[in-house]
Design a protein around this ligand. Structure first.
Ligand code: 4NP
Length: 154
């Protein structure tokens, strides 16, 4: 199974989701059965590591994002991934426009699919440190529910 998280810049929210899910999978002994990646709808940060504030907040909870590098999402990703999860409604709209009509991979809004009280992971890029903690809180909760779905599908 292959899962792709997508946000705008691929340096804050989707790299966090990638790191959180990867650790959940390791703890569940499923790391070799599920491939996880992330991408951005924009190309501004391609090749860069995640935002320093994102890395710091994630590392404080035990997630090392330092080896990740930003990439831009392309139509080909919809053939490569079974499940593409958008971090917010704007990302979802952009992905719907990009997704080939013949694509087999599923596309959905991450928080809505996994039962959160809000639909969007708020973009923390222009805000303060609290925003990065909120991103982690939302993503950690939704990843628990995603892991249940993964176990059911494997
Ligand atoms: P992300 O946050 O979509 O969670 O990675 C952002 C990062 C960079 C920019 C916007 C959002 N930017 O405009 O450069």
């Amino acid at each position: 199974m292959r899962i792709l998280f997508v946000c705008l810049g691929n340096i804050c929210r989707s790299p966090t989701a990638e790191g959180v899910l990867r650790r959940h999978l390791q703890h569940a002994g499923l790391a070799d059965r599920v491939e996880v990646a992330s991408a951005g709808t924009g190309d501004w940060h391609v090749g860069q590591g995640p935002d320093e504030r994102t890395c710091r907040a994630a590392l404080a909870r035990g997630y090392d994002l330092s080896r990740q590098r930003a990439q831009q999402v392309t139509p080909a990703h919809f053939a490569d991934y079974d499940l593409v999860l958008a971090m917010d409604s704007s990302n979802l709209r952009d992905l719907q426009a990009l997704r080939p009509g013949t694509a087999k991979g599923e596309l959905d809004l991450f928080l809505r699919r996994y039962g959160a009280r809000v639909d969007d992971v708020p973009d923390p890029y222009h805000g303060g440190a609290d925003g990065f903690e909120q991103v982690l809180d939302l993503i950690e909760d939704a990843c628990q529910a995603l892991l249940v779905e993964i176990k059911g599908r494997l």
